[in-house]
Ligand binder design. Structure first.
Ligand SMILES: [Fe+2]
Length: 310
């Protein structure tokens, strides 16, 4: 597992190139293997004035404001300390950034084009080194991503990061891909119990009731067994000190202006230092994958011997 540098991509030349489809499949294949797709320079436009604005945002270092998040569907920001910058300007900048990343992903990853659901974007202005956060929110512990409020039902979490910091690299650690750790720790993290519970009539009735409530507009979250496990595994990894200490690690320095893409539900990752990163999340449809057998939901279904999505 490592890093694949996408050196030649520029939207103008890419569209005209007959090799685009082939290269694009190579990039998707690398991502699905658990590689990081790396661009030394930001491959989509961010106006200089927007960068200047973002680099001047100051955010209190508290657990309440872990990041500034942007919800594209509602065109609003959350976690923003009011009064520290003009909110309407920030919303406009995040909107433009989110659009630019969507266009970029659709052009770069042709097999996924249109086969994703847009999730939140975020701006991370706080220095990551030495942050005082509860264990489950710590970014400096290796983990795979799972979102408590947005179950994916086996669709993939693809994240696009850009280091806006003009002077300092963003430092990451990664480890071996999900399958290795699911095989090693799946049982101790509760996979057999979750699989068995998912088959119980009581559990199925509860999920039907939740879905009925959702249809009636009640704000409930239906969490398929897959997401139940992934959320548990996210916490399990962060709390497992021998895994944190002993697992094989790769260290990455993402320089100023770099952009990188990774399936963070598959690649254990931790950020050690850096501030001023932009990030956009996508849920890529599991039906669009080139190698679905490598996807975490398929790995878990094989291990559990039972369906976990749906
Ligand atoms: Fe993460």
């Amino acid at each position: 597992m490592g890093l694949v540098e996408a050196a030649g991509f520029s939207k103008a030349s890419w569209g005209a190139s007959g090799q685009a489809a082939e290269e694009s499949r190579r990039y998707c294949g690398a991502l699905e293997e658990g590689e990081i797709l790396f661009f030394r320079q930001t491959p989509f436009p961010i106006p200089e004035a927007h960068k200047r604005f973002l680099l001047n945002v100051r955010q209190p270092n508290t657990a309440h404001h872990k990041n500034i998040s942007y919800k594209p569907g509602r065109n609003r920001v959350l976690g923003f300390a009011r009064g520290t910058a003009d909110e309407a300007t920030l919303v406009g900048i995040m909107h433009d950034y989110s659009q630019a990343v969507c266009n970029f992903v659709n052009a770069l990853l042709l097999p996924y084009a249109g086969n994703w659901q847009l999730d939140y974007a975020s701006f991370r202005p706080i220095e990551e080194e030495g942050r005082d956060l509860p264990v489950s929110k710590r970014n400096d512990l290796l983990h795979v991503d799972s979102f408590p409020t947005r179950p994916s039902n086996g669709n993939r979490i693809l994240r696009v990061f850009t280091n806006l910091n003009p002077a300092e690299s963003r430092i990451w650690l990664t480890s071996e891909p999900f399958q290795v750790w699911a095989e090693r720790y799946g049982d101790s993290a509760g996979l057999p119990q979750i699989a068995a519970h998912s088959r119980s009539p009581a559990h199925q009735m509860l999920r039907r009731a939740v879905r009925l409530g959702q249809a009636l507009g009640v704000p409930l979250t239906d969490r398929p067994p897959y997401d139940e496990f992934m959320l548990r595994f996210h916490h399990f990894m962060k709390n497992n000190s021998s895994f944190q200490k002993d697992c094989p690690k790769s260290r990455w320095e993402f320089p100023p202006g770099a952009t990188w893409l990774v399936f963070t539900d598959m690649v254990p990752h931790a950020v050690l230092s850096g501030r001023f990163a932009l990030e956009q999340t996508f849920f890529v449809s599991r039906n669009a994958l080139l190698s679905p057998e490598k996807a975490p939901y398929r790995v878990l279904e094989r291990l559990a011997g039972a369906p976990l999505t749906g």
